[in-house]
Design a protein around this ligand. Structure first.
Ligand code: FMN
Ligand code: FES
Length: 543
């Protein structure tokens, strides 16, 4: 493939790809994200490829492997297009029948269909599964159409048109304005307005003009895997967002700092970056615009604290991944002391959408202070676990019951933990709470990166709080005393309570400790660590 040299070149390529694709042609899709692979999807994919060859169907049927479609619970999944017939829990033994009956003759195999637990009915089409009903899969829907190893799948969906717009039709100030009007807030946890960081990094003085762009793909929250799924399934959406950000702030060097425990994300991202270079979206003179930018992968240091912005940059420079005080922001003095803009994976993936469809369209989705959609990993005591993308403002009730399918075995909902170790537990009585940055914070929890753990009447809230404090005690880098010593002390007290040695005055001590740790810690780890404990005391302490 020759490098593309213009916007017109990209358009011609897209037209050529589309002319070679027939939407009515049968296509067998199987998802081979980490969740699918864990359940044997690699064998299923191999069996499909072999069977399509054997039956002499080669050349008449397409086959695609993709990332996770979202409903991890029913993996391995096989979908047959164009009818979108979906089979779940597929094994290699099922494959010959799928090919000979459904692919060759259009017959539906009932036993492989999803059964709606609420009605007992079988569901034939993927889009009719209730789990997807209330979702708005702006960022994640494309995963089902994209083989992450094939850049042309992304281009076929309109990939890299937003980049063309930014390179050829928009001044960087206009891009900033669009991101500002969209209301996009960072998806990595704190919900900081994205345009403000971009603007600060663009305007910050740099001794040699060098500025950096970083994608934070360290994702260390227990139970969270939104960023992993996006990177595995649609890496080009993240890369395109980063190039747009780079052009806007005037950066020519980017990094994706990706968790080392995500080998598939690292592989798929590496392949996507290489293909983006071959096609002319990265490197020198991108699409003939005169703009240069490239991205390197840096594998994470294997510690939760390395997700914190200053620790991440220290780790990327090859130093110990410890945070520093942030009285000078990283937008001004970040990586190698140059202005640096760091955003989360999901934040970057939102950028091409906003540029393509406009800030007006985007800002109509969500709530007053939180625009767009948010991806959650819905886990715990809920019937349908998986990756859920919803408009901001959806209620917890809709999440747990309409999408999650309710609590298993008719048990009662007790609480919902959001925001990972920095978040808190929301009691069942607040089930009608709309999910957005501000409402979750008001309720004593936070959005965090999007972990959502459902708990039923059998869960012990103190155990839960203790679990997160233990995690953070082990993950604190130990640089600052309040979180190093304070969290240790909190853990001792919580252990005493869970083992029957609790004293009434422990509650007051935990509150006092929590307040001090929050106030006096060096970075966000300690600054939010007491949240699970304090919110548990707030809602579940009965006198
Ligand atoms: C202890 C700690 C761990 C963090 N881990 C992550 C992470 O894994 N991924 C992430 O995007 N942000 C993480 N953050 C937040 C980042 O420091 C930063 O705010 C974020 O990446 C900025 O991107 P955004 O503006 O797009 O949200 C962490 C923060 C703290 C305090
Ligand atoms: S080192 Fe981050 S809070 Fe202590």
């Amino acid at each position: 493939m020759n490098k593309l040299r213009s916007a017109a070149g990209l358009e011609q390529l897209r037209n050529r790809i589309m002319s070679q694709r027939d939407p009515e042609r049968t296509c067998v899709v199987t998802s081979v994200g980490t969740c699918g692979l864990a359940r044997g999807a690699a064998g299923v994919a191999q069996a499909i490829a072999t069977e399509l060859n054997k039956d002499g169907l080669k050349g008449t049927v397409d086959f695609r492997t993709t990332g996770c479609h979202g409903f991890c619970d029913i993996e391995p999944v096989v979908v047959i297009y164009p009818k979108r017939i979906v089979y779940c829990h597929v094994t290699t033994a099922d494959v010959p029948q799928i090919i000979s009956e459904t692919v060759a003759k259009g017959k539906v195999i009932k036993r492989l269909l999803y059964t709606n637990p609420a009605t007992g009915r079988k569901i034939v089409r993927e889009q009719n599964i209730p789990f997807y009903g209330k979702q708005y899969r702006l960022l994640t829907d494309s995963i089902r159409f994209v083989d992450p190893h094939n850049i042309e799948d992304y281009i076929a969906l309109g990939g890299y048109t937003a980049l063309c717009k930014v390179l050829f039709d928009m001044h960087p100030e206009e891009v900033l304005d669009e991101i500002s009007k969209s209301g996009l807030r960072g998806r990595g946890g704190a919900g900081f307005p994205t345009f403000r960081k971009w603007e600060a990094a663009r305007n910050a003085p740099s001794c040699d003009g060098v500025r950096y762009i970083i994608c934070n793909a360290d994702e260390g929250d227990p139970g969270a895997y939104m960023d992993r799924s996006l990177l595995e399934g649609n890496p080009h959406s993240v890369i395109e967002g980063m190039i747009i950000g780079a052009r806007t702030i005037g950066s020519h060097h980017g990094y994706v700092y990706v968790r080392n425990e995500y080998p598939l994300a690292v592989d798929n991202l590496g392949i996507a970056l290489e293909q983006a270079r071959q096609y002319g979206f990265l490197g020198k003179d991108i699409l003939g615009s005169g703009f240069d930018f490239d991205v390197k992968i840096s594998r994470g240091g294997g510690a939760f604290i390395c997700g914190e912005s200053t620790a991440l940059m220290a780790s990327l420079e090859g130093r110990i991944g410890e945070p520093r005080p942030k009285h000078i922001h990283t937008a001004l003095k970040g990586l190698y002391d140059r202005p640096t803009n760091l955003n989360n994976v999901e934040t970057w993936a939102n950028v091409p959408l906003i540029i393509n469809r406009g800030a007006n369209w985007y800002s109509k989705i969500g709530t007053e202070g939180s625009k767009g959609t948010k991806i959650f990993s819905l886990v715990g005591k809920v019937n349908n676990t998986g990756l859920v993308e919803v408009p901001m403002g959806i209620t917890l009730k809709e999440m747990v019951y309409d999408i999650g399918g309710g609590i298993p075995d008719g048990r009662k909902l007790k609480a919902i933990q959001t925001g990972g170790p920095s978040g808190g537990c929301i009691p069942e009585s607040l089930i009608d709470l709309p999910v957005d940055f501000d409402k979750l914070t008001e309720a004593g929890s936070m959005m965090g990166s999007g972990g959502m753990i459902v708990m039923d009447e059998d869960n012990c809230m103190v155990d839960m709080a203790r679990y997160f404090v233990k995690f953070l005690t082990e993950e604190s880098c130990g640089k600052c005393v309040p979180c190093r010593e304070g969290l240790d002390r909190m853990l001792d007290i919580l252990t005493d309570i869970t083992e029957g040695r609790g004293k009434p005055e422990d509650i007051e001590l935990l509150e006092e400790l929590g307040d001090v740790i929050k106030e006096a810690s060096l970075c966000g780890l300690g600054g939010t660590a007491p949240n699970p404990v304090l919110s548990t005391i707030r809602y579940f302490h009965t006198f």
